[in-house]
Design a protein around this ligand. Sequence first.
Ligand code: HAM
Length: 417
Amino acid sequence: MIQKPPGVEDIFPDRISKFNHIIHTAKEVFTLYNYREVILPIMEYTEVFARGIGDATDIVTKEMFTFEDRGGRSLTLRPEGTASMVRAYVENGEYNRLALCKFFYHGPMFRAERPQKGRLRQFNQFGAEVFGSDNPWYDFEIISLMNEIARRLGITEYNLLINSIGCPDCRKPYVGELFNYYTTHVNELCDDCKKRLHTNPLRLLDCKVEGCIELKQNAPKINQYLCTSCNEHFHQTINLLQQHSINYIHDPLLVRGLDYYTKTTFEFVTTKLGGQNAFAAGGRYNNLVELFGGKPTPAVGFAAGIERIELLLEQLSVKEYLDVYIVYSGDNALPFVMQMAEQLRRDNISCDFDPHAKGFKTQFKRADRENARFSLIFGEDEVKNNTATIKDMSSGEQVTVKSDVITTFLKEKLGKS
Ligand code: HAM
């Protein structure tokens, strides 16, 4: 038997209904906020991520699925959507069309991480990005979007952590201070952090090794180093959250595993997911468009992990329904049933039947398993009298109707007329 590689999943219909419900809810909210969908390639030239996410990040140094195409160019399966989105925004000259663009996307991402519950090598994200404004309103809007998606999905137990990591100007002296602090504690650092200290000291705040977590508590905090503009931007963002009753926790040590952020960073975290506590995260990235050769364009966005949200919704039962299951007796009825099924589908009524149908009991069991709202019954009497009996599967109520009004009757009952 050939098995799938570690960290990837087969998602069967019992999970698909929840999966689709999550994506459908996100899409509904994106549309309310006037975000437009884009479909981006699953693979990109490796430099998109090396340049976009940052050469020294864990994602780029350890976690990318990279391979050569036949011409010897390095390709990578996308580990996230933002760098691709920026590449596409610049390549297609989107800023020439609209000064402010709001996009959303969803789809699979790939990271060669150590698989565990809530941490996969192929996982799915939905996300949104706004290009063209540094106004804190959009930092707020992006957070508010995710907050509304969580509310509609019924996710209640979570915290929103927020911070500002400043701009390159104010971050520079801060990173210098961080370097000095950690240099005095270098012997207490894990091996990875000893290296990171020289490549990217900010990353040390993100380390999950116990000793490093302890050291972090006394590390210098960025808020004392923010320049006036970054400080104002941060306070305007959190004022908007307050005005709109979105609770948050200011975590001055929150940094993210991707290098492109400037100013706002945030994470939606919960204790319900064990080690993988973030189910959505994002922030502002005002310099990335320029880094990809576009004209300077401030931007902000977020992405959420669909499988992690699915784990949070484990208790929630989301069913997919079939409108009608056709139950019949006798081979004589079969040609009529086949025609009926095709007619119903043309009329946008989903339906199914079994061409090898045995007894009524087995067929009703199948109707239950398929979550049919109605069963349409053709017994001997019905066929003789040119009628059908329609059974409401939740109330058990039955009515007999003439053949020529079946569709009209069902459409009305299903709210499709
Ligand atoms: P990220 O924090 O790397 O940010 O990922 C966002 C979310 O994707 C995480 O909060 C988590 O729910 C999910 N996720 C990440 N890795 C895995 C994994 N291995 N298995 C399962 N779920 C995972 C980004 O990707 C940025 N592009 C967010 C962003 C958009 N920032 C600005 N715009």
